[in-house]
Design a protein. Sequence first.
Length: 489
Amino acid sequence: MADQKNRRLRIIPPVHEVVSALEHGEEFRPFLANDGPRLTLAIRQALQELRDHLLGEEGAWPWASPADAEREAAVMTGDAEEAEVEARLWGWLREEVLRILTSRSAVSLRHIINATGVILHTNCGRALLAPEVADFVAAQAGHYSNLELNLESGERGSRYVHVEKLLCALTGAEAAMVVNNNAAAVLLIMNTLAAGGEVVVSRGELVEVGGSFRIPEVLKAGGARLVEVGATNKTWLRDYEQAIGSQTALLLKVHTSNYRIEGFTHAVSARELVELGARQGLPVVEDLGSGSFLDGSQLGLPPEPTIGQSVEAGLSLVSFSGDKLLGGPQAGIIVGKKEYVERLRSNQLTRALRIDKLTLAGLEGTLHMYAEGRGPDLPVWHMLAAPPALLREKAERLCSALSDHPKLQAEVQEGFSQVGGGAWPTVNLPTWVCALRPQSGSVNDLEEFLRRGSLPILARIQKDRVLLDGRTLLTGEEEEIIRRLADWC
Ligand SMILES: *Cc1c(COP(=O)(O)O)cnc(C)c1O
């Protein structure tokens, strides 16, 4: 096996050899005329891809199907076979280098079409900003601003003032501040209020969020010691009471955002914990995870505490994400009692975790929309509230545009969309999808074909169909999908 890998790696030609072979090719001339080094860069990238493929899990050439690979392994013994592999290798290199050169842009971060129906898709950037908020961010990006300047006094100001009043008005909290993301918010709170001390958390709430954020690890990173109480399914107030000792620094409640414990369960409410904290002179903090200003039950979603309710319960501090159900940019928002927020601000870590000016602009714009009662117009809430009749129309439009495609069978089907981002993990939002079955190639080929276009389209595979869910499509994207699929053959 290792032998075979080495033999394959040896067949790969060096960069200069590929450059001299390709630079005279007619198809590469347009790129050479004004940008010679770009060809070399593209060749390097293609050769690296080749090596990555060979060194990867499957250890096969990128063009080889598993059947090919087996056949090749069986026959590749003599010079004739090696020549065949070389011919395919050069063919692949030409195509790949051309693809790299012509791909719409050389930048890595691309905008994509999300046809998965997952609204807060963490791999695709979670919440979309409202168009007017995106414009506001763009305008801030190209101009100087009063980020840390008090325009009235002409003196140095604080970047947090731009959102603090809005956050207090929207949540009823005394004070607020923002950091890079909610993980940073929890870390900062632990480090400020509990470093060197103990933090009491229910065993049912030791959450792990994607991207390796785990409550026990974050506490440790903040310098606090975790004291687990209760059982996975049941925790009572007396469990917290018994765990409190001279080392206890705070009581922490964590929203079990991405899972549900159902059946024989009991959890202690924020209000009860706040009363216990008051009796013992301890701060009580809640990591709300997503957090929301709006009540999803109006859309038929199961009840979730809103941020306002958590604040009302009297918690010392409440933290939540900016780019989950809030529908803004990535940020960690902390609201609560003034004395605690002030302690956070004077922690040295705050400087390292501070929010950037573009994020701040996105957050201010988003909060303004809520303050004006236009929260439901934010893309996240708009997608959550999309009426099934509209989704059905979208699916029907897609399917009928593809109805005479020679290599695709398109069918309207009922299905489910997901909220994503760890919010409402068990909720299935009823939707309608355009389900595609390729007449040539596999569903995986079709999914890859959509994903690897110049405007990548992300779709979901279910059984032997590729599903397109209109819930997460923006204006004009249906047409882009139809255009791309016209090239599927
Ligand atoms: C999502 C989540 C986090 C992490 O928030 P980020 O903004 O992604 O850093 C922390 N705690 C809970 C409970 C969460 O759901």
